[in-house]
Ligand binder design. Sequence first.
Ligand code: HEM
Length: 443
Amino acid sequence: MATKSELCLIPGPSEPPVLGHTLQILRDSYGFQQECIASYGPVYKVKLLGIWRVNLCGADAMEMVLLDKQQMFSSKMGWQSLARLFPGGLMLQDFAEHRQNRRIMQQAFRASALQEYTEQMAKAMQSLVRAWPLDQEFRFYDAIKELTLRLGCAVFMGLPPDDELASEVNSALIAEIRAALSVVRYPVPFTPMWHGVRGRAFLRNTFRQMIEERRAAPGNDFFSQMCLSTDEDGKGWSEDEILDQFNFLMMAAHDTTATALTTMIWALGAHPEWQEVLAAEYEEIGDAVFTSDGLSRMTQTEQVFKEALRLVPPVPFIPRRAISSFSWNGFDFPAGTTITLNPGVTMLSPEFYSEPEKFDPARFAPDRAEDQAHKFAWAPFGGGAHKCIGMHFASLQAKIFFVTLLRERRVELVRSSVTDWQRLPIPKPKGGLLVKVHGIRGH
Ligand code: HEM
């Protein structure tokens, strides 16, 4: 890792003793970053969790690092904090090794597989949404996490949402995710990391037992697809590779989707007229809502989805480590420089977006297309070799959820539409976003 003296020519705020800038970043990551950009420009250094990191801000920086034409930036080393619980996941691999494994995983995301997942999600969604109480307040964030985990058991593992194993898998996965994002990095008894390591062991055992069974009699779920997937040369994964890749996939899919759906509900609750716009869109598409044609016609839903991800991206910062020295924007950086990219603040930039803090889905309509001003003006899914492989799946899931919800329900925010977001490590609404759902037309 590059040291402070190696980065001495890079500007940045003065270093507070002991914790560096950690507290300022945890307290208000966006505000702190915006102040730094205003004071030092798009390149500056900070010390977070004991490591000196160079922030390369803006769409040009993302383009240079994520497209990585000369293979200089390691995702594996950037995401090292995930390595204990999720070794071998796609983001924890680089270059040729990553390319080969991504080709295999891509099989589980081919169009025909997505169509199968759509049908399964549509089938399971209604009873999950109908289980929410009517006219009573509840914490939406908690409810959607529970819903997406239960749905995930069906779509990812082919288990009925109320299967007993599904509950155990859910608890283990929650423990793992909590540990991956926790500050204590060693499995000291009873810390989140300790629970996470135990959760990982449980999941590996459970998934291992499923491999033989699914290879012999595959279902339409992700796990079966990953047991069967091969690249063009017919190479598939060993048991251990399936376990690592699947475990990582579940983690990558879960909290990100929960945050995206929560942001959409927050925005639609604050702007109820958009609930009517979406409901009318589904009405017009009619019985075709769950076909690929129907889903592709949901342009207003797509715009709301994009706007929610712009305002509260589930992955607001993307880390990388330079494996060779490089220069950018007039500065030289040594090999080993830890880099932070900032899609979150970039997507709030007035350089690309008019009234950037405002919820305005129509900015994505063809006549405005504000996101098209730069390849990385809108980048909640990253870009380049590691661009989110689940992007279309996430959009499908959001559409299926909102069709199911808004055909029968309307959402009201309780108390206030002003919600404070905890941005790190994955954004969530402070207080969990209290809502009430109400039935419509006799539902
Ligand atoms: C709205 C929801 C989601 C957001 C905002 C999101 C965001 C991202 C981002 C920014 C990356 C790239 C990180 C980097 O370059 O370092 C990524 C990678 C990834 N995502 Fe997602 N994601 C979402 C949903 C999903 C879902 C639903 C799945 C699986 C079904 C998924 C699976 C993955 C995987 C496997 C990778 C690693 C790809 C690679 O390294 O080649 N994500 N995601």
